[in-house]
Design a binder for this molecule. Structure first.
Ligand SMILES: Nc1nc2c(ncn2[C@@H]2O[C@H](COP(=O)(O)OP(=O)(O)O)[C@@H](O)[C@H]2O)c(=O)[nH]1
Ligand SMILES: [Mg+2]
Length: 268
């Protein structure tokens, strides 16, 4: 443990025990970071401690001024597979370029390097690592191209730290995007998602237009359009306790415009 303050809460314990062959599934967690020095060590410890020998971690850092990239490099040296290969690696990018672009670059690299599944996960402790096994189990048993860690299916919950106003805003943003796009995914704006490699190849990450948070909506819409099955697994979403949110006006405006753009392009 790195110390109480720096350790994100493990908001959920792993309740799913995967069969051994499934636990060895090549799955890469892609984690974008910008100024997450206080969160990253705890996140890495949490992920590397899971009972999933097939799990790898790829951190995508946009030259964080607080040195997150260097911390990631140092941490990566400490985690090797049974045959001495790295379990954790870092993709360094030169400038802050948006969460969407960081995810797109990292997910493309993960697939290129042989991942059969790619999990998107934020570095701020919001997403429950203990749910990864269940999401992988659902993907493998149903053949779904996408498994959404969902706040808005029965059993899904939001942090108590969120007031009524923020909860309502999140619900509203979610309803806004899915109504415009005519989708039935309950958590279309959520950022804790497991993708199969074939789904990511079909979506073509290079064609993604979103720089910021609308990445989540664009990706899910494109998966549905290409006919992939989408499943949702309930999660508890925790509020960040360390560091600051990177949400700003530009990404909010992009999120308002993107559903309309996607709808127009789809000819709906
Ligand atoms: N590499 C990179 N990561 C980012 C960028 N913007 C946000 N992130 C990361 O994306 C994740 C989600 O961002 P966060 O600020 O928590 O968004 P919020 O949960 O909506 O407030 C965190 O791990 C951030 O460090 C960016 O421009 N580049
Ligand atoms: Mg966050």
């Amino acid at each position: 443990m790195i110390g109480e303050q720096q350790t994100p809460r493990a908001t959920d314990v792993a309740t799913t025990k995967l069969p051994d062959t499934w636990a060895h599934t090549p799955l890469t967690v892609v984690m974008p970071t910008y100024n997450e020095a206080g969160n990253l060590p705890g996140m890495v410890e949490l992920l590397m401690g899971l009972d999933q020998p097939g799990l790898r971690l790829l951190v995508v850092d946009d030259s964080s001024p607080d040195g997150t990239g260097k911390i990631a490099d140092e941490l990566a040296e400490g985690f090797l597979t049974e045959d001495g290969k790295p379990r954790m690696s870092v993709l360094h990018r030169t400038a802050k370029d948006g969460l969407g672009r960081a995810y797109a670059a990292g997910m493309a690299k993960a697939v290129e390097d042989g991942a059969e599944y790619v999990l998107q996960m934020d570095a701020d402790g919001s997403h429950p690592a203990g749910k990864i096994a269940e999401m992988l189990g659902v993907a493998r048993s149903t053949g779904a191209g996408l498994v959404v860690g969902s706040r808005y299916v029965p059993g899904g919950t939001l942090s108590d730290a969120w007031g009524a106003h923020r909860k309502l805003l999140s619900r509203w943003a979610n309803a806004y995007a899915s109504t415009i796009l005519g989708t039935r995914v309950r958590d279309i704006t959520g950022g804790f998602n497991l993708w199969s490699a074939p789904a990511l190849k079909a979506i073509d990450l290079a064609s993604i237009g979103s720089a910021g948070y609308s990445f989540q909506v664009e990706m899910k819409f494109k998966a549905l359009r290409r006919g992939f099955q989408v499943m949702e697994v309930p999660i508890h979403f925790e509020d960040r306790t360390v560091g600051e949110s990177k949400m700003n006006l530009a990404v909010q405006l992009e999120s308002i415009a993107m559903p309309w753009k996607l709808r127009a392009r789809a000819g709906k």
